[in-house]
Design a protein around this ligand. Structure first.
Ligand code: NAP
Length: 287
C-alpha cells in the first residue's frame, strides 16, 4: 500500500510559513494578475490566486481586460506594472485570445517580476542554477518530495512530458537535486521499459489513465501532474490510480496531490520576488 502524498496538507503548511514571513516585512509583497477575455476556467483560477494572496497578507490587483484588448494595449499595461514599485510579481493568465502572441507578452514581463517563471531569462536561470523564481508546478513537486523526505540524490527519475511549463523544468529541478533524469515524450520508443526503471516517476502527459501498473517498478514514487476529465466529467490524473497505487511507496492523488501546490508556489515566488527586489535577498528559494 502506497503512502498518499497530501498536497493540501503540504500546501497549507507552506502558506502558513509564507504568511508568517510576510507579517515580518515592512513592505507587503504585491501581485498583479492580468486576465484577458471571458474564459470561465481562467476566471476561476484568477479568483483563487487573489484569494491566496489575501490569505497570506499580500497586496493583489486583478486587471480584467475585454477580449477585444489589443496586444499593444496589453503590453502597455505590462510596462506600467513593470515600473510600479508596489508590484513585485506580474502574472498574465493564459491562454490569451488568438490575436495576442503569448510569447511576446510573457517575455515583456521583467524577469525579476516574472512569478510564473515562463520567460526565457528565468528558464535560463533554471538551466544554469541560482534562480530566484521557479516554475510553480515543478517547484511544488520538489516541495512535496522534500516534505515527505523522499530522497532524489542518485535516484533514477523519469519524467513523461517535455512541455516548457512542466516536463522540461521538472527535469532540470530533479537534475539540480542530483537525480539521474530521463525525459520521455510522444516519440519515445519502448516507454514502459524506461518508466519501469524509475525510482521517481513524474507523469505530465495530459491523458487520463495513461500510466498503468505494468509501467511502474515496485516501490516507486509516482507523481501525477495530469488534470484531465474522465468519461463522467470527473477530474482525474495521468495515472491509473487504482492499479498503480498498490505498487508504489508514495503516490499523489488527483485531485489533492500536485494541484493544490501550484498556487502556493506562485505565492512563494511573489514573496521571493519581493524580497529580492526590495532587499536583494535571494534566500527564499535557496533555503
Ligand atoms: P502538454 O504541453 O500537452 O505536454 C504533454 C507532453 O506529453 C508532451 O511533451 C508530449 O510529447 C507528451 N506525450 C503526449 N503523448 C505521449 C505519449 N503517448 N507518450 C509519451 N509522452 C507523450 O501538457 P502540459 O502543459 O505539460 O501538461 C500536462 C498535464 O499536466 C495536463 O493534464 C495539464 O492539465 C496538467 N497540468 C497540471 C498542473 C497542476 O497544477 N496540477 C499544472 C500544469 C499542467 P511531445 O512533446 O512529443 O508532444
Amino acid at each position: 500500500m502506497a503512502k498518499i502524498i497530501d498536497g493540501k496538507k503540504v500546501s497549507a503548511s507552506l502558506r502558513e510559513k509564507i504568511r508568517e514571513k510576510t507579517a515580518l516585512m515592512a513592505v507587503k509583497p504585491g501581485l498583479a494578475v492580468v486576465i484577458v477575455g471571458d474564459d470561465p476556467a481562467s476566471h476561476v483560477y484568477v479568483r483563487n490566486k487573489k484569494r491566496g494572496c489575501e490569505e497570506v497578507g499580500f497586496n493583489s490587483w486583478v486587471y480584467e481586460l475585454p477580449e477585444s484588448t489589443t496586444q499593444d494595449e496589453l503590453l502597455a499595461l505590462i510596462d506600467r506594472l513593470n515600473a510600479d514599485d508596489d508590484v513585485h510579481g506580474i502574472l498574465v493568465q493564459l491562454p490569451l485570445p488568438k490575436h495576442i502572441d503569448e510569447s511576446i507578452v510573457t517575455e515583456r514581463i521583467v524577469p525579476d517580476k516574472d512569478v510564473d517563471a515562463f520567460n526565457s531569462v528565468n528558464a535560463g536561470r533554471i538551466f544554469k542554477g541560482g534562480a530566484v523564481l521557479l516554475p510553480c508546478t515543478p517547484a511544488g513537486i520538489m516541495e512535496l518530495l522534500k516534505y515527505y523526505d523522499i530522497e532524489v540524490r542518485g535516484r533514477r527519475c523519469v519524467v513523461i512530458g517535455r512541455s516548457n511549463i512542466v516536463g522540461k523544468p521538472m527535469a532540470m529541478l530533479l537534475l539540480a537535486a542530483d537525480g539521474t533524469v530521463t525525459v520521455c515524450h510522444s516519440r519515445t520508443r519502448e516507454l514502459a521499459s524506461i518508466t519501469k526503471e524509475a525510482d521517481i516517476l513524474v507523469a505530465a502527459v495530459g491523458k487520463a489513465g495513461f500510466v498503468t501498473a505494468d509501467m511502474v517498478k515496485d516501490g516507486a514514487v509516482v507523481i501525477d501532474v495530469g488534470m484531465n476529465r474522465d468519461e463522467n466529467g470527473k477530474l482525474c490524473g495521468d495515472v491509473d490510480f487504482a492499479s498503480v497505487e498498490p505498487k508504489c511507496s508514495y503516490i499523489t492523488p488527483v485531485p489533492g496531490g500536485v494541484g493544490p501546490m501550484t498556487i502556493t508556489m506562485l505565492l512563494r515566488n511573489t514573496l521571493a520576488a519581493a524580497k529580492y527586489i526590495i532587499q536583494n535577498d535571494k534566500t527564499e528559494v535557496e533555503k
